[in-house]
Ligand binder design. Sequence first.
Ligand code: TIU
Length: 225
Amino acid sequence: MKAGKMIAVEAEPYPFEFTPAVCALLIIDMQRDFLEPGGFGEMLGNDVSKLRRTIEPNQKLLAVWRAKKLPVLHTREGHRPDLGCLPPAKKIRGRSLATIGDPGPMGRILVRGEAGHDIIPELYPVFGEAVIDKPGKGAFYATDLHAILMNRGIKQLIVTGVTTEVCVNTTVREANDRGYDCLVPEDCVGSYFSDLHEAGLKMIKAQGGIFGWVSHSKHILKVLN
Ligand code: TIU
């Protein structure tokens, strides 16, 4: 593989042509609060074990991106300890007893600096990989992600992480409107709800790839190895 040469990956609705040197792996919110018991995901009434199948394929993709010295970025959804960036509507949404900012088994829920807010150990960032702290569902809203990508000449994104229909979908839509090509490997994204996962993928690839492409990590690994 030559990082500057365009290669094609099997994908829907048609092959995704990408140039590895300008294609970042963007891993969305693989945080303990979403993937481990006692966090925000479980607080919303979800079964967190449903997301854990995404860990291994993400590890494999991440290992290849690192080995080939291609750009990797991670995001974390969460808020300042003073909750200044937490909209009151988001704080009370769900009407649960404990909400964002309250104490939980892994520290204050979805608060930056707390154990639950951090990325799971299996996919922990290494030096040189940008970590974007985002207050919203989309990774571009109120962050410097777009500036970082432009400064590094990145034009294409492989978007993975959780959850398919919430933060992954929102980020892909935001990226698409800013001119990025996005490929979503279906085994590397997950949802607490299988029907919403399927719908989230369909929404991306429908209408000729209205927001982007959907593939499987095995097809990406095949062309990169
Ligand atoms: N609840 C849910 O499905 N997701 C989120 O709240 N955030 C992310 O998707 N990261």
